[in-house]
Design a protein around this ligand. Structure first.
Ligand SMILES: NC(=O)c1ccc[n+]([C@@H]2O[C@H](COP(=O)([O-])OP(=O)(O)OC[C@H]3O[C@@H](n4cnc5c(N)ncnc54)[C@H](O)[C@@H]3O)[C@@H](O)[C@H]2O)c1
Length: 462
């Protein structure tokens, strides 16, 4: 069909703004329809021209609004962007016979077939410590699968979580010349490594697919399941970053067996957060099996069924509850987020005492304080408060830190809420496994809670 017929509104495009008639507040909305590779507008509510064959057209979810006024036209683009990414449990991820690491991100069988026919190339960024433990297995995996690969071990710590490291990675990506569409960058490490690589991938050619392989408990249940990435900047935590989910996250709990006990506690802090906010059974599992999980480093004993396996149950519930909260709010447009519990005061504290507290430890210190805020506010009972603090201690998490002072808390609250027009949005438990966001917690409550917190937790008694 001639192009002219499929541009019902073409004259508007060709009219210069100064030639437009003066019409006050006239508004139209257009749908976007693609016919034979060309997109065009059709006014909403108007019929699609019948000369177009149905199987030739693609209708976009995007819309263009158009408002005509005395000063000209303004166009408003509404473009829903859909992200689809996978979070996949996979045992023996580094077994050369397991195809997940190479192809697990591909869902379409036809696409997979095309993939498998061509030679594979992968760039792997790995945390230097993880490389010491598992590097030989990673190399063996790619060699056995005839992959042209390059491994970049980096020391990825909170102190090196910076733009410099992001730049080193993008330079290597550029030199290695990956096919942006089909050869995802692979990140293997803890939350720091995954966050740095995620940011590098989001910058290189605006968005290069990447894979996350978490190797700490914290990154397994938290840092690897959402869309966020970032690095520290100007001594502020994760100040530079983006919302760019990976193509896929592959979860293999066996990596966790080599992390020190303190880091298991660190990860348990984020699991406890989800329990306190929205899952009482998860809280009870942690109360009951906390010590066992610490002792066994989340490894499943041979012969244990999945129903009787607290390691599997707790990590699964933590991920499911996290995904429930993240998926509808991937870009954090809604600022009322339960997953922010423990993340109000902790960023300030973590950066101040670096490297004394790990992320999950700082989060837990924040949660221990907020538990007292909740109690003083009358949202939880004394028994619930004491059970919460007791559970934290059982998980070997700090419930107090001397540098979490009243001035630091006030500064952190002000910093936190200045970005939401000064409106307070404080997630607080309202029971064990239930929570709400509050915006009217007074200075008096904060100060009284601090006093009680100091009294009860400073000397390590519940
Ligand atoms: N993007 C997100 O949504 C998100 C969510 C939560 C946390 N985070 C970020 O995650 C970071 C914390 O992550 P983390 O706790 O994993 O810390 P981390 O990445 O610093 O890892 C901790 C230490 O463990 C070592 N390590 C990693 N895996 C190991 C293994 N299998 N065996 C032995 N040692 C191992 C690392 O070398 C490192 O020294 C923070 O920077 C935080 O901001 C991001």
């Amino acid at each position: 069909m001639p192009a002219g017929e499929i541009y019902p509104v073409a004259p508007v495009r060709e009219t210069s703004m100064s030639e437009l008639p003066c019409v006050h507040g006239k508004q139209k909305e257009y749908q976007l329809i693609q016919v034979k590779n060309t997109w065009c507008r059709v006014e909403s509510g108007h019929e699609i021209p019948c000369t177009w064959e149905e199987d030739q057209i693609v209708v976009s979810q995007a819309k263009i609004g158009e408002k005509t006024s005395n000063s000209g036209i303004s166009w408003t683009v509404q473009a829903p962007i859909v992200f689809r990414y996978k979070v996949v449990e996979s045992q023996n991820l580094l077994d050369p016979c397991n195809p997940t690491l190479l192809y697990g991100h591909v869902s379409d069988p036809q696409e997979l077939e095309t993939y498998q026919k061509k030679p594979q190339k992968r760039l792997i960024v790995i945390d230097a410590t993880v490389d010491k433990f598992y590097g030989y297995k990673v190399r063996k995996y790619f060699e056995a699968n005839n992959v042209n690969y390059k491994i970049l071990p980096f020391i990825t710590t909170e102190e090196t979580k910076s733009m410099e490291l992001v730049m080193s990675i993008v330079e290597e990506v550029h030199k290695f010349s990956l096919d942006r569409r089909t050869e995802p960058i692979i990140a293997i490490g803890g939350g720091v490594c995954l966050d740095i690589v995620g940011l590098a991938a989001s910058l290189y050619r605006r968005r290069t697919p990447y894979i996350r392989v978490p190797t700490t408990l914290l990154s397994y249940v938290d840092a690897s399941v959402g869309a966020k990435n970032g690095v520290n900047f100007c001594n502020c935590k994760n100040k530079l970053g983006s919302y760019t989910p990976p193509a896929a996250t592959f979860l293999d709990r066996s990596f966790i067996q080599t992390i020190p006990r303190r880091q298991i506690s660190n990860g348990l802090g984020e699991i406890l957060k989800m329990a306190l906010m929205k899952h009482k059974e998860l809280f009870e599992l942690l109360e009951l099996h906390g010590k066992h999980l610490l002792d066994t480093k989340f490894q499943t004993r041979i012969g244990v069924t999945s129903r009787g396996d607290p390691a599997l149950q707790t990590t699964r519930i933590a991920i499911e509850t996290m995904l429930e909260e993240l998926a509808p709010n991937l870009w954090e447009d809604d600022l009322d987020r339960l997953v922010d519990y423990g993340h109000v005061v902790s960023p300030e504290l973590e950066m101040k005492v670096l490297p004394a507290l790990m992320h999950g430890e700082a989060v837990n210190t924040d949660m221990a304080f907020m538990t007292h805020v909740s109690y003083v506010r009358g949202l939880i009972t004394l028994e619930e408060k004491d059970r919460t603090i007791q559970c934290m201690r059982g998980l070997e998490l700090p419930v107090w830190h001397k540098d979490c002072t009243m001035p630091l808390i006030k500064k952190a609250l002000a910093e936190r809420f200045k970005h939401s027009g000064g409106k307070m949005r404080l997630p607080l438990p309202t029971g064990l496994g239930t929570a709400e966001i509050f915006n009217d917690v007074t200075d008096g409550t904060i100060e009284a809670a601090y006093k009680m917190w100091e009294e009860k937790c400073r000397d390590n008694t519940p």
